[in-house]
Write a protein that binds this ligand. Sequence first.
Ligand code: ANZ
Length: 805
Amino acid sequence: MDFSHRAIEKKWQKYWKEHNVYKTTNVNEQKAYILDMFPYPSGAGLHVGHVKGYTATDVFARFRRMQGCDVLHPIGWDAFGLPAEQYALKTGNDPREFTLKNINTFRTQLQALGFSYDYDKEVNTADPNYYKITQWIFQQMYNKGLAELRDVEVNWCQELGTVLANDEIIELNGIMVSERGEYPVVKKTMRQWVLKITEYANKLLAGLDNLEWPQSVKDLQKNWIGKSEGMEIKFTTTANLTIPVFTTRADTIYGVSYIVLSPEHELVSKITTVSQKPLVDLYIQKTLSKTEIDRKDETKPKTGVFTGTMAINPITGEEVQIWIADYVLKDYGNGAVMAVPAHDTRDWEFANKFGLPVKYVIEPKDITKPFVGEGLHINSGILNGLNRQDAINKISELIVSKNLGVRRVNYKLRDWLFSRQRFYGEPFPLVYTSDGQIGLIDKSELPITLPKTEYIKPTKTGESPLANVPEWINTTFNNQPAVRESNTMPNSAGPSWYYLAYILTDKPGQLIDIESEEAKKRFAKWMPVDLYIGGQEHAVGHLLYARFWNHVLYDLGILSTPEPFKNLFNQGMILGPDNRKMSKSKGNVINPDDVISSHGADALRLYEMFMGPLDASLPWSFDGLDAALKWLNRAYRMINKVKFSNTNNGNLDFVYNDVVKKVTEMVTDLKFNTAISQLMVLVNYIYKEAQGTVYKPYIEGFVKMLGLFAPHLAEELWNILGHTSTVTLTNWPTYDSSKLVLNTTTVAFQVNGKLRGSIEVAKGLSKTQLLTLAKADANVAKFIEGLTIVKEIVIPDRIVNIVVK
Ligand code: ANZ
């Protein structure tokens, strides 16, 4: 008989809750902090993609718990956000109620999946008790000079009443429009809060070295920070104005054939001659409507205009023309470039278009192209005959000694624009007094909460929604009239420290003081996070911001580790059955609730962990899901069928110990799909013994291991085996290596006769078992994906060859 997933899942979820089985313990020497990227509680509910990452951390948390660690495995809500704000705008409802409703749905869904979260530690970024600390952290940044009001040029969309990020804008018929709604977007200077993440650029770069993160994510962060070492060299105009330029190639200074300023450069108006002014003005006008992405686009034809003025090369004394062009960005380096068309592709295109001179200063291979490679210098005075690095060193020394420039390190990283013209975010914990000063609200008066209001639209004059609420905006500070900031913090603020909030939380909404000794002690125990699983889309945004805040809190003495996330893993996506990204519009979305009801949470969990390597993006398969449930039933029937014994007949010694060893290693390495195949192998062997008896501790070991993936069924089986306790809190099975001697063989996996993998297994595995193992191999899977299997050849103990076409 098959088991009833509905009955047993409900039963054990109730048991776990009543017995508080997943409460965070604080009794062991070893700890494991296992963290998920917390969800944004959207109206759509949980996605099967969430289930993949959350099951993976759950498996690992259960594993570490059974291995005798104190485990912190919490969940919470990234609850501020644009969708809730827009829903509120549309319906006139309060975004808070909407969010709470969604949170309740999400929590119910998570509980239905049997995840072992400690729900007492639940956090919600939009809860005033939570954002009280977000506000306090902002104040610490302000006190350290890391938060500053600045006039920044922003992309303003009048229609949406808000500032947009570069990636929220597209170009339409040559003008910038919002991606959402295609409303016009203009550049506008606004006074905004910025956080000076650039001051931490070096620490954020250096810190990457000690992290066990995917190389791809480290590279993305590294490029985002974009450290560039070079020189700032002073050119002068014939009227003796100084133009510093940033270059990483000071060695090419003998090849400079013109200077380019960004159209926004402050000197442009001073140096443009009367006759060139109309052209220059027109060009500047056009530049304003271009996006930065557009300007960086190397495929677009180069444009620019001559200013009419000449500059003098400080090394050669030569006079060169000064141009403006939009390929020079205003806020990188000095917003000015010494152009060397012979050795820089952009300069080459520009010089060709406008007939400017090209002078090679490094022996080129082909004079129909710019030469960007390594070579020896020519036409370069004192640098002749030197290679790039030697030439850079020599000219840099000369420039510094003659005071013609300085060494400079530049970063691509920009400061973090921290103001949003929205309602549903954290208010800033400060006021502006009538004499123009900024006053920080005392900690005892935090949080500054959002008012209840229906007017969450921007004001007619373009001010932020909170400016609509005079009784909130107008206040007093030290008995003097003062106004509050009407902007709110960005959605990325709360998530920048939520992993610390769990540590401070004892009951939802009850956080201990972040400055207390107790907090320090707890941080010292739990930080850094030992395993953080989430999607690759957060590679730079969230993960960089959180690292920044963590470094700041470390420098403040609150934390004892500068880096928050020791180990990061990016789970792959679950694609639709049609192999495309799941989306409502394509109608290929799988709803976890439906699957839980048809197949059960255990089958869903098992299926998602078995479908392939955790980092692979793979399509949903209903056959795979059916197979998972079928195997769970096979395991269930097994317990009822076999006879147990407390004496060991030795028959399963090798297989059992081998499987325990492999599962332990594979789970440690997050190779859950292969760990599950090992459990399948074990079940097959136990069935073979069904005529005789099976040593009971081996069956128990199996149930414990099964519990990582299918916790409800494992509890049920544990019960059937005669235990009244929970299997979740037992110890992880150990293996006896003396039982593992040389009963193994290496089986080669081939696809179309080519070696694609191998595995060490117990001798005597059946053909089906070997095929299962071969197909579970990541590399084999890659080579058969999407193809039709025409033949499967298995030579037991030696080779599996899968023929595909
Ligand atoms: C002369 C030169 C010769 C350059 C050569 C390159 C090759 P990274 O590595 O990205 O830092 N540059 C400087 N400021 C710029 C700005 N605001 N907008 C666009 N380009 C700018 O690149 C540094 C190089 O990019 C600098 O070195 C400068 O061109 C250009 F054969 O100077 B180079």
